[in-house]
Design a protein around this ligand. Sequence first.
Ligand SMILES: O=C(O)C(=O)C[C@]1(C(=O)O)C=C[C@H](O)C=C1
Length: 121
Amino acid sequence: MSDKHRIVAPAGSPPVSAAGPARIGELRAAIDGLDERIIALLAERTRVVRELTAYKTDEATVRSPDRVRQVLDRVSGLAERNGMPPEVAVGTYRALIDELTRMQLDMLAARRAAASLADER
Ligand SMILES: O=C(O)C(=O)C[C@]1(C(=O)O)C=C[C@H](O)C=C1
């Protein structure tokens, strides 16, 4: 992580107090709520990627490295503008796109298998 986004406790930060465990519980509840929204959006994004996959006919188009670079550069900029370490956003999206690429390759293979079965008939 770059030093720019490193989190440093400001001078005079309160010491960890007895309220810590309660606050941890509250903050974890906030994280759980955010995860619900994030997953709903990722599910919507995945549905769009599935629909787009129907128009891809070969592995090179599934992998589209130029488009992957473009998406990663874009989310890096969005993260910067939203005060999030860009490395976290890029790492997350890299993992997401890897999985979606695997999903697309599986969809392509299934479509090809179905087409060749249909040809045999
Ligand atoms: O833009 C595409 O062609 C996609 O399939 C979407 C997506 C992504 O998740 O952003 C997934 C796989 C890569 O091919 C590139 C991008």
